[in-house]
Design a protein around this ligand. Sequence first.
Ligand code: BTN
Length: 281
Amino acid sequence: MCFEANKYSVLQTPPIELLSEDRILSNLESISTQSISQLIILGKTESTNSYLLKLCAQSMQSGIICIAESQTMGRGRRGKNWVSPSGHNIYFSMSWQFERQVQDLSGLSLVIGLAVMRVLRSYPLNDLSLKWPNDVYCQNQKLAGILIDIVSGNDNQYLVVIGIGLNRWIDPASSDSIDQRWTDLFSLLGEDMPSRNEMIAKIIHHLTKAIAEFNDTGFAGFHSEWNQFDYLIGQQVALTFGNQLVDGIARGVNSEGLLVIENDQGHKQAYSIGEVLLAKQ
Ligand code: BTN
């Protein structure tokens, strides 16, 4: 009798698919190829965001993408470490130049979360959501994180480095050092886990498209899409920023992407920064 075992259940680890410029570019639609100026693939680097900041901060060059197999000092939001083992995950950064008031960029970080969401929605994943400002969750666990660094240039010019970390497979040896509830695509999709190079092409496509839309409409054009995936809405939350703490019920985001919290007295206020903790966690 011929018995064919599921290769993933036997291996328990997905096969390594190395990053490949050819495979990324062949998956990219020409419209996205036109808007990127360089694709840099590194074996190991401190942090793809730090790499692009060093490379582009002076020149303010837009459309440079840096991806790496691993990061030795991957950076998360609020000074946290982003665990970045080699071979399976996505560590992606892209530089982009904007000409607008810096406060108008606040909605951008939410828009980047929505662009990653558009990529993930093309796969059979259930229960995807966005935790303000831009953590991507699946089944109540973090699947991807976004870090935005901003460098100011002349007048109202800003160079933004958009960093995306997406978990495809975190090996058990690395997972001990992760201090939050996380998941990865291999746990969620098994053998249907998408190709890494194909996903990177989709990220480039959706990022460049979402940035063009953002330049036209600001966050207002994404408001209703955000509302479909808002992880916090209606939940009891605590927002911390500096040494302040605000608690209340999350009431969604306003048309600029600020988080609205209603306190015990029924007073609503919108916040542009902070870390949100959930009462139920
Ligand atoms: C977070 O949720 O805390 C943000 C994580 C961002 C991680 C990515 S990985 C690629 C890029 N390079 C970094 O050092 N950080 C971002």
